[in-house]
Design a protein around this ligand. Structure first.
Ligand code: PHE
Length: 335
């Protein structure tokens, strides 16, 4: 009976108090639970009466529990506690999109307007898709330990060093024409510093069809640079070498667009490199089962960190991964 009184007078103004009530009167180890344990010590002729009695107590305890839950709920929806009402419109500070994602989104959008779609591929890759199919000679320095993270137990497997593996997979598994861009994470065995990181992001582009020419490549990237960096941007192509493209060119943009810290990237020359590019080497097309007499194509690849550095004047690559809220907050209104 004293238990019944306690139950009657119990209150719960917070979730914690509700939980204490539950432990005290409802759980197996509660005072009510104890009564049920005692049942086995009661003489047989009294068992029935005792049983009815404790069932009443149990029922009372549960009714009261329900009552307390309900009153807590009405109390909190009237705003008098710290209960969170998920139906209210958001208040307080919203997060911001990571700068690398903003720039990746910008780049994808520009190419989508030109009719490119987005393709994806694995980060753990075999030698053939990352190197051999792309016409890397047997002893090309890029295969060496200092550049590539090989997977120890299986020297044929590695962390992709560029997104060009997606080119190979796309061409191998589909029929031309292709017009695709391929964003993704890539890995190189580099010491982490303000200018280098062992994990970074690239966006690769591939366009293969009949009669694709170097003029198409130039015009596409010319348009891209002006869209991303502004209409006053100058672009220049510098002859270069990649195993998988012939001829190859590195693409520079003029860097009047950059002031202050970000300018360390183009301090003296007034030009800064933003991408590698070239006409897909016929060997690569053939390796992927594409008729190189009929089809030609161009490819390009750029580093998202680097482009973000130029666009937002970020002077240290490490800032991207440190999760410092003071850095991230600055991109709140950017896009
Ligand atoms: N894969 C090259 C790199 O990582 C970039 C590139 C892509 C160059 C496509 C030309 C064509 O450096």
């Amino acid at each position: 009976n004293s238990i019944l009184k306690d139950i009657e007078s119990a209150t719960a103004k917070t979730q914690d108090e509700l939980e204490s009530y539950r432990i005290k009167f409802i759980s197996k180890k509660s005072v009510v639970g104890e009564l049920f344990n005692e049942l086995k010590n009661i003489p047989n002729d009294q068992k029935r009466a005792f049983g009815q009695e404790i069932n009443k107590v149990k029922q009372a305890a549960q009714d009261k529990f329900q009552e307390l839950i309900e009153s807590l709920e009405t109390q909190s929806s009237s705003g008098s506690s710290n209960h969170i009402d998920l139906t209210l419109p958001p208040t307080g500070e919203a997060g911001s999109i990571h700068p690398l994602n903003i720039v990746k989104g910008n780049i994808i959008e520009i190419f989508e307007r030109l009719g490119f779609n987005v393709s994806d591929g694995p980060e753990i890759e075999d030698d053939w898709h990352n190197f051999t199919a792309l016409n890397f000679p047997e002893n090309h320095p890029a295969r060496e330990m200092q550049d590539t993270f090989f997977i120890e137990r299986n020297p044929d497997m590695l962390l992709r060093t560029h997104t060009s593996n997606v080119q190979v997979r796309l061409m191998n598994n589909n029929k031309p024409p292709f017009r695709s861009i391929m964003p993704g994470r890539v890995f190189r065995n580099e010491a982490i510093s303000a200018r280098a990181h062992c994990v970074f992001h690239q966006i690769e582009g591939l366009y293969v069809d009949e009669n694709v020419s170097f003029a198409d490549l130039k015009q596409t990237l010319y348009h891209f640079a002006k869209e991303l960096f502004g209409p006053e941007t100058q672009i220049r192509f510098r002859p270069s070498y990649f195993p998988f493209t012939e001829p190859s060119a590195e693409i520079d943009i003029s860097c009047q667009i950059c002031h202050g810290d970000g300018c360390q990237l183009c301090k003296y020359s007034g030009w800064v490199e933003i991408a590698g590019s070239g006409m897909v080497d016929p060997n690569v097309l053939e390796n992927c089962g594409i008729d190189s007499e009929k089809y030609t194509g161009f490819a390009f690849g750029m580093g998202v960190e680097r482009i973000t550095q130029l666009k937002y004047r970020v002077n240290d690559l490490r800032l991207y991964t440190e999760n410092d809220i003071r850095f991230l907050k600055q991109f709140k209104t950017a896009n």
